[in-house]
Write a protein of this length. Structure first.
Length: 354
């Protein structure tokens, strides 16, 4: 039985993966264990919750409603912060997917360009999530610049895919108006950032492959792809150098940084095999000299990884089992959440102009 001195707890519940915890109410309990049990019994009787937070009310710092005018400036003075400030054919405050998915004729060459474009776009978006949150200012700028490089590569590849398809699609439609199953990016690049070590290990695995891949693609018989490769290789060389230096720094640093770097390697390793897989359509492009066989890059990729990881006093896993599916449109749950943010403005306010 609660007494006047029994602590008050605020209860937050997450209903399913990918959603934020939401405040659902308050309760009195003597300690955190009892608060969790009471919250479970009171607020999740029908199995509504996936996880529960209980926070002492005394630990919450809140603004005073009486100081609203000082705390929150009038919205009218900063209307540019609101989507409705921009012109568009449809005005609505509802954040809904209001535009139909664009349809793409996935011929082998179109699909080949889309796969590489999707890799760059999704990884670029993941890196952009670090903007303002990196451990130091220089690294904040570096990750943002790498993200811009990747998004630039994606634009060129989407534009080329739209040109080859020869319909009314363009880079924006291909980037923003496809459904999650239409994306053909590697599972590796859609994995969450996690901590700083996981972000850098993911970047290291991808950049080591991308640098070799774009260098080889410079000999493609497709002049457009060869030109894109020549530009992208210069960028990927820097991306690889940047990631390699951080892997060495983290692995050969403190016990904590070493532990996190090794954990990231162990976790992400199973997503690397997909980089070297090809299907029948891509195999035909390889025979035609348009594409290169990524399988021939695997030996050099492993040597590159082994040298850096060894210097970092880390180890590569010996497990050969690999995750597959991204190239065929079968993704982890993470991509859907990423796309809901990436595509929200274009789908809610289609055809907007600045």
């Amino acid at each position: 039985m609660a007494t006047p001195n029994t602590p008050l707890w605020e209860v937050f519940i997450r209903s399913r993966n990918g959603l934020a915890h939401k405040h659902v109410g308050s309760l009195h309990a003597n300690d955190a264990t009892m608060a969790l049990q009471a919250a479970r019994d009171i607020y999740t009787r029908r199995g509504e919750g996936l996880s529960i937070w209980v926070v002492p009310s005394t630990a919450i710092t809140a603004s005073d409603p009486a100081e609203k005018g000082m705390m929150f400036e009038p919205a009218e003075s900063k209307i540019y912060r609101h989507p409705t400030f921009y012109e568009g054919p449809r005005r609505s405050g509802a954040h809904v997917m209001s535009v139909a998915n664009t349809q793409v004729s996935e011929t082998p060459l179109v699909l080949y360009a889309l796969r590489r474009a999707d890799d760059a776009l999704i990884l670029g978006h993941r890196l952009s999530e670090w903007c303002g949150h990196a451990p130091m200012l220089e690294e904040d700028m570096a990750l943002s610049n790498i993200a811009l490089d990747l998004i630039g590569q994606a634009r060129e590849l989407y534009t080329y895919a739209a040109k080859v398809e020869g319909k009314d699609n363009d880079e924006d439609k291909l980037a923003y108006l496809r459904d999650v199953r239409q994306y053909r990016n590697l599972l590796l690049v859609e994995q969450p950032n996690g901590d700083f070590a996981q972000t850098l290990v993911r970047q290291f695995f991808y950049s080591a492959f991308a640098d070799l891949y774009w260098r080889a693609m410079m000999t493609s018989r497709d002049t457009t792809l060869a030109a894109i490769a020549a530009k992208s290789e210069k960028e990927s060389a820097y991306h690889l150098r940047h990631a390699s230096e951080w892997i060495i720094r983290l692995g050969d640093g403190t016990d904590e940084s070493h532990r996190r770097a090794q954990a990231a390697i162990d976790h992400l390793w199973a997503f690397t095999g997909e980089m070297f897989a090809v299907d029948d359509g891509e195999r035909a492009l390889i025979h035609a000299g348009v594409a290169i066989d990524p399988g021939i890059l695997r030996g050099r990729w492993l040597k590159m990884l082994s040298d850096v990881v060894s210097e970092a006093t880390l180890e590569l896993p010996q497990n050969d089992w690999m995750q597959q599916g991204g190239r065929a449109g079968r993704h982890s749950e993470h991509l859907g959440h990423l796309l809901s943010e990436l595509q929200s403005m274009q789908r809610t306010f289609p055809g907007q102009t600045w």
